[in-house]
Write a protein of this length. Sequence first.
Length: 94
Amino acid sequence: MKIDIDESADSTPARDFTDLDMQSSDGQELASLELDAEVSSLSAAGRYVAVLCSDHLTIYDKQLLPVADLEEVSQAREVLMRSDGSAVLAGSTA
């Protein structure tokens, strides 16, 4: 499985991603999702993709359907998706 991300040319850590495309190993598109939020971090593992925005975390399955959404993540700066479907958030208040 391959994830293609179209992003703006902005060089700041958070990006305005426009599209998230999920592809099979042979290049066939499995799913596509238009994003309209500022993405702070993105991670994929196994059948899941985690997208961390400034105010929420959403975990998508391989069809890019949301399987979990977590609010109140403003302290998180990075997300690490694990293949078992769990996600680790890391942040700093310093």
